[in-house]
Write a new protein. Structure first.
Length: 358
């Protein structure tokens, strides 16, 4: 390697763009003067659209960043916030640790600051997914035993109700119908429990994720649901590695949940893109794609957000609380990750799936 090559490899500009945390340089007036690659990814915009803008306009409604810069200026020292929520785009919320570092001239005059933004929570989300997966596995054997023990007598009860239904009349007929209806409801619940308990084989092959999502949309329309408008697909995405039937079940559950949450007048949107995150598998980096199912419903109540993927937790009065648990199990079996962001008017269920064969 020549001296010039070494110099370019370790030049400040090269190192600046290889930092994994986003860095924004602002002048004394709060105008952005420099950004690195990681900051571009956090904002979802090229640096040409960031440089020259006031930082406050890029983070509207988030005074925390500006307050941190003011504190760093007043104290003349770096200041840090470990957990802040920023929305650099209307449909994107990120959890970041913020650090404001003063930039001073040789004679101590304030020239501006560096705002460092480190996305946090990725490791925590992966660990949380694994904990939920382990919990589902531990519940599986118990759920299967209980479901089988109850389904057998239920079949007898339903058969007896059908016999009585042909003979009963008036109030008796209504009671018999109620028995049959409730037996069917409990039977469906047990089928969901069995689905959660079963250790299904993942029949992997390379799949076009957009064909999966188009099929899910067609199924929704054919079952009486409204079409999904405004989908935003990245046509350049490579195939994913997965089981077609299980991925259809996964996204069908998520889309139907979103439609029910949005209501008749609400909006559901599907978005696909390359994930900016990479994960290590067997000592090498594995790229992922992201599929987002978004709705503009009322959002998941704050007290339920940490438990939403656990069995028997549901935001719906008539829900079994097993649909999202099954989704979590499918995603984990595919080596992916399922996460949720929610606020009133903007709920996102995000699925990360590994890309297929090179």
């Amino acid at each position: 390697m020549t001296t010039s090559t070494r110099d370019s490899t370790f030049s400040p500009a090269t190192l600046w763009d290889h930092l994994t945390l986003g860095v924004v340089g602002v002048d004394a007036a709060g105008v952005v003067r420099a950004v690195n690659d990681a900051a571009e990814k956090l904002f979802g915009k090229p640096r040409g659209r960031l440089i020259g803008q006031e930082l406050e306009s890029l983070l509207p409604g988030h005074p925390v960043a500006m307050e941190l810069l003011s504190r760093a200026r007043a104290l003349n020292m770096p200041c840090r916030i470990r957990d802040a929520r920023l929305t650099p785009a209307p449909d994107r919320m990120v959890a970041v640790a913020l650090t404001a570092v003063p930039l001073l001239s040789p004679d101590g005059v304030w020239m501006g600051a560096m705002l460092q933004m480190e996305e946090v929570g990725t490791t925590a989300r992966i660990e949380e997914g694994k904990r939920i997966h382990d919990a589902l596995d531990s519940l599986g054997d118990l759920a299967m035993t209980v479901a089988h023990e109850i389904k057998n007598p239920l079949a007898g009860i339903r058969g007896a109700a059908q016999l009585l239904e042909g003979r009963a009349s008036g109030a008796d007929a209504a009671c018999v119908e109620l028995i049959r209806t409730e037996v069917d409801r409990v039977s469906r619940l047990l089928d969901d429990l069995l689905g959660l308990a079963e250790k299904q084989l993942v029949r992997e092959r390379d799949l076009n994720i957009h064909e999966i999502l188009d099929h899910v949309s067609q199924v929704c329309v054919s079952s009486g649901e409204r079409p999904i408008p405004g989908s935003d697909f990245d046509p350049s995405l490579p195939p994913v590695r997965g089981d077609q039937d299980q991925l259809i079940q996964l996204f069908l559950n998520l889309v139907k949940n979103a439609m029910q949450a949005a209501g008749v007048e609400g909006r559901v949107r599907l978005v696909t893109r390359f994930s900016q995150r990479t994960r290590m598998e067997q000592g090498r980096r594995r790229r992922h794609i992201e599929v987002e199912v978004r709705d503009n419903g009322p959002g998941v109540p704050e007290e339920m957000r940490q438990r939403i993927f656990l069995p028997l937790v549901s935001t719906k009065a008539s829900g079994t609380g097993l649909g999202l648990s099954i989704c979590q199990k499918i995603v984990q079996a595919h080596g992916g990750q399922l996460e949720m962001e929610s606020m009133p008017g903007n709920t996102i269920f995000r699925v990360l799936l590994p890309v297929g064969s090179p």
